[in-house]
Design a protein around this ligand. Structure first.
Ligand code: UDP
Length: 238
């Protein structure tokens, strides 16, 4: 039965912005619930799921609030991702999904430290593994953290959950005639500077042959459809 699944192990990147929903800050309980229930459904189909969460709903390093230096601001941003990680963990466990949070900055009272082989072991046991604190390094993004972890755990695909349907030829917010790309190559994305994720993240996926799917998280059922390999969801980059 599991042989019918397109992917056996996937990375799901959920931005902090997605978690804030319409509130503009923090975590929207309805969004958290939706993500958790779709991840739970996908996990119950037998797909091994790793998740990286962003932190932009609480803090973004580049904003350099209160004039903080960049590195300090980035550490605050990484801590913000851990808040999201443990909230998502709690939402998943309420649905009976076994989970582990691993953080790139040690805080063993609330989560395991990141240990690659241990993360893989959890996945093999069917536990959803949520990676918090980004890469543990300032000057990186959680997209890059997700691409890095995806490569480390040998993920078959990288799903970037966003608030838009995928990658467009122009900004759909300002151009109503913007056209959604269905398929793109990594070369297209890099050479045409299409806005998907930062270049470090895209390059990591390209060099490690991890296809990327950019899709809209706010449409019910999309997370599940994407993870189960529905070709019609979003933009595929490979
Ligand atoms: N961050 C960092 N190193 C990492 C990952 C994240 O310094 O490896 C910081 C950075 O300041 C970033 C913040 O954490 O702005 C939150 O992550 P991000 O903005 O990528 O989250 P998202 O946009 O997905 O909400």
């Amino acid at each position: 039965y599991e042989a019918k699944l397109k992917y056996s192990r996937v990375m799901l990147k959920v931005s902090g912005e997605a978690l804030e929903g319409a509130q503009g800050f923090g975590i929207d309980p309805a969004v958290l619930q939706t993500i958790a229930s779709e991840v739970a459904a996908a996990a119950s189909e037998g797909v091994q799921i790793a998740i990286v969460v962003g932190g932009g709903n609480f803090f973004r390093g580049v904003d350099r609030w209160a004039g903080l230096d960049r590195a300090t601001a980035d550490y605050v941003g990484m801590l913000a991702t851990v808040m999201n990680a443990i909230c998502l963990q709690s939402a998943l466990e309420a649905l009976g999904v076994q989970t582990r949070v691993q953080t790139a900055i040690e805080m063993q009272e609330i989560a395991e430290p990141y240990i690659r082989r241990r993360a893989i072991r959890h996945l093999e046991h069917g536990r959803v593994v949520i990676f918090g604190a980004g890469t543990g390094n300032p000057f990186f993004t959680t997209d890059t953290a997700a691409a890095l972890r995806a490569a480390e755990i040998n993920a078959d695909a990288f799903f970037k959950a966003t608030k838009v349907d995928g990658v467009y030829d122009s900004d759909p917010a300002t151009n109503p005639a913007a056209v959604l790309h269905r398929r793109l190559s990594f070369r297209d994305v890099l050479e045409r500077e299409l806005h998907v994720m930062d270049e470090t993240a895209i390059t990591l996926c390209k060099e490690n042959d991890i296809p990327v799917v950019v899709f809209n998280l706010t449409k019910p059922g999309n997370v599940l459809r994407a993870i189960l390999g529905d070709q019609e969801v979003g933009t595929s980059i490979g």
